[in-house]
Ligand binder design. Structure first.
Ligand code: NAD
Ligand code: SER
Length: 310
């Protein structure tokens, strides 16, 4: 049975990934870790600062894990506010986690992002291999991180794997300071106030994905036959290409009086304009069977149902 250490386990992805992994592999086989732990958190957990190389190594060794899923990072908008801190966390944390994987012979997963692309990247049906010249600190970290994971595979034989996530939409833990966060906020505000003011401008398309598809992708990729993985770090995956008005249209099918206004934030708008409209995920489909289940209407119906209960 696989035994996994998840870093950044209190975040938007980690909080749901740990539960899903525990259902799949058993509670005692999934060790959550973060700088903090929320009250009532059950199951094995370690307080680990990923910028402390020894702390990650010790936690992995103590629990005899065979896999690290490394999620701790600063997202795009926050990273743009504190670029040096972002570099230290996003790159320093990654190499520390990779070193633990190298020393203890562990399988390794970390997510890249649509943020790895830049304004000179083809925007539509963005190929798996293409120009990558990001103009944000987050993007620089993500491209460097993809290359670093390749390096640990070729140089040391570490079984590194990764995906380029779109903006993720979920209802359990709010997003941690990204450019795509509006696509989560719009659902909360639709439920609470039937209105939302978007900091991203009309007609700005970005790739988005519902959390269940994002979590299934990790498990599927980590269980995939290594012999079939040509593009290990990192696979384009894609589900929903949408602008703010597309979310509004989907929400109005359930809340007809929903109103959308705009008050554009120039920093996040510039980041959004530098990212692709939608990625070509054919390599992920061919090499390990990736397929998204949720389109915008199916996701919206589920989001609103779940938020109503909440
Ligand atoms: P998040 O901001 O919600 O969570 C990050 C977690 O890392 C937090 O719980 C935080 O406490 C923890 N953390 C911060 N500094 C730490 C440190 N020094 N040591 C240990 N933990 C620390 O992020 P997320 O959305 O869950 O993203 C996880 C990963 O997925 C990141 O690499 C991110 O770039 C990537 N990703 C996320 C999205 C998305 O839309 N959420 C999209 C693409 C890629
Ligand atoms: N959702 C993330 C962000 O906006 C994409 O990597 O930063």
């Amino acid at each position: 049975m696989r035994k996994i250490l998840v870093t950044g386990a209190m975040g938007q992805i980690g909080s749901e990934l740990v539960s899903q992994l525990r259902e799949y592999y058993g509670t005692s086989n999934v060790i959550g870790s973060d700088l903090w732990k929320k009250d009532g958190e059950e199951g094995p957990f370690e307080i680990v600062d990923v910028t402390d190389e020894k702390a990650i190594h010790d936690a992995a060794k103590k629990h005899k894990v065979d896999t690290i899923m490394h999620l701790a990072a600063l997202l795009s908008a926050k990273a743009e506010a504190v670029p040096k801190i972002a570099w230290d966390l996003n790159m320093g944390g990654l190499i520390n986690a990779l070193e633990a994987a190298r020393d203890l012979d562990l399988q390794f997963f970390t997510p890249s992002s649509i943020g790895a692309f830049g304004p000179t990247t083809p925007k539509k049906n963005t190929p798996q291999k293409t120009i990558m010249r990001p103009t944000t600190m987050y993007g620089v970290n993500k491209v460097a991180g993809e290359l670093l994971c390749d390096y640990y595979y070729y140089r040391y034989g570490v079984d590194t794997r990764g995906v380029r996530y779109p903006g993720l939409i979920s209802h359990v833990t709010p997003p941690g300071g990204g450019t795509t966060d509006y696509a989560v906020e719009i659902y909360y505000e639709a439920m609470k106030h039937k209105t939302y003011t978007s900091y991203i401008a009309q007609n700005t398309y970005m790739d988005m994905m519902y959390m269940p598809d994002a979590l299934n992708a990790i498990i599927q990729l980590m269980e995939a036959d290594p012999g079939k993985l040509v593009h290990r770090n990192a696979y384009n995956i894609s589900a929903i290409s949408a602008a703010p008005e597309d979310f509004a249209k989907a929400i109005r099918k359930h809340i007809p009086e929903f109103e959308l206004a705009y008050d554009v934030d120039p920093v996040r708008q510039q980041i959004a304009e530098s990212w692709p409209d939608n990625l070509d995920s054919s390599a992920a489909a061919e090499e390990w069977g990736f397929k998204a289940e949720y389109d915008i209407d199916k996701m919206t119906a589920d989001m609103l149902t779940k938020l109503q209960v909440k």
